[in-house]
Design a protein around this ligand. Structure first.
Ligand code: NAD
Length: 253
């Protein structure tokens, strides 16, 4: 197998929403993609793959469950074997499940933290041995984690709040190798997750929320993807250990 001369990015949760927007953007910019799709989800990875291919990209689609160490390790190993290198790991996969505190069983709590928190660590742990000077790690947190109280989501808030801490720690730990680590903190972004009425705002809730946002609209997944691509690129070569809020001004109002 030949080593890719282009940068290679691994993305968890690449078949929908922010992850798919990012895979598409990387494709347009000549970054090869190791794209993880979650087989248990209804999103059709073939549709996502077609979109990335149409953008001119070279992507390897692999099943990935970030709740499983074996799955994450196999995902990274197969991807690196295919492309011969790894430059960026974007820990984007996440779930959102409404759970009022009286209904917060230990199992629901543990499931959430296993995916949205430990899943980030698993991805970074598997990727790190392959990284070199100039490489970059990015995790997707949420305003619900640090700066915005959201009812019925204590487990999600706990998981997302811990993510910038992981990034600060790894920023210092990996700096001697020239590897950077940052988090992005999206506000309200229109994706399958936020459009899910049962667990999130749904289409009507999103439309209503727009009036509280200074930019007067919810964000598009492409607008988060562009900032993640900035965080992995050379453009942000002196930026590490930070968490960027990208929310249309919602939390500074
Ligand atoms: P999404 O539901 O489209 O994307 C989440 C992806 O993660 C899906 O493709 C899903 O299949 C995948 N996934 C779920 N469980 C997984 C598992 N166990 N292993 C591997 N993959 C798994 O929604 P999105 O909004 O694009 O979410 C992307 C990230 O952005 C998530 O971490 C989410 O919490 C975060 N986020 C979203 C918003 C928003 O308003 N949409 C705001 C803040 C943060």
């Amino acid at each position: 197998l030949t080593s890719s001369t282009q940068p290679v990015a691994a993305i968890s949760g690449a078949a929908s929403g922010i992850g798919l927007a990012l895979a598409t953007l990387y494709a347009q910019r000549g970054v090869n993609v190791i794209a993880g799709y979650y087989p248990a989800d209804p999103h059709d990875p073939a549709l996502a793959a077609a979109q990335v291919e149409a953008a001119g990209g070279n992507a390897l689609w692999l099943p990935l469950d970030v709740a499983s160490t074996d799955s994450v390790d196999a995902f990274i190993a197969q991807g690196v074997q295919h492309f011969g290198r790894l430059d960026y790991m974007v820990a984007n996969a996440g779930i959102l499940r409404r759970a009022p505190i009286e209904e917060m069983s230990d199992a629901r709590w543990d499931d959430m933290l296993n995916v949205d928190l430990t899943g980030v660590m698993r991805c970074f742990r598997a990727a790190t041995p392959h990284l070199h000077a100039g490489a970059s790690l990015v995790a997707v947190s949420s305003i619900a984690g640090g700066v915005y109280g959201w009812q019925d989501h204590a487990h999600y808030a706990a998981a997302k709040a811990a993510v910038p801490g992981i990034c600060r720690s790894l920023a210092v730990e990996l700096a001697p190798r020239g590897v950077r680590c940052n988090a992005i903190i999206p506000g309200l972004i229109e994706t399958p997750q936020s459009l899910d009425k049962q667990n999130s705002l749904g289409p009507e809730g999103l439309a209503k929320a727009a009036s509280a946002i200074p930019l007067a609209r919810v964000g598009r997944p492409e607008e988060i993807a562009k900032v993640i691509a900035f965080l992995t690129s050379e453009e942000s070569s002196y930026l590490t250990g930070q968490s960027l809020i990208v929310d249309g001004g919602l939390t500074v109002r």
